[in-house]
Design a protein. Sequence first.
Length: 132
Amino acid sequence: MLKRISHTKKTVFLRQDFKDIGNDHQIGRALRQLVDTGTLAKLGYGLYAKTRPSTLKKGERSLATPGGFLGASREALDRLGVKWRPSDAEIDYNAGRSTQIPATGYVIIQGHFNRKIHFKNLTLRYETRTHL
């Protein structure tokens, strides 16, 4: 499992990515061990992300995903097959229609979504809409 994780460009993994390796109990135990050693971080139910040593705090681990937590959250949504887009504030800022930098990143999700994606004290904020 560790070899597969280290040799892929993906930074977010679903529990089902490892179904061919063993049974549910074995996969769960291996994922728990990787979380305990700091190789992976649990982002939510069945969601895991690669970590790396933090550049800011010695002994801490941070997400290895480009874009940090927001990037990992967006990759997780993609991996789960959820249709999403950036917030209106982020779109306006990127298009040059606003000079106000969005303070906290959140996303707009199409349809129903009932999961919590989190890492340490960060939680993905989202708004649901019927159409994107």
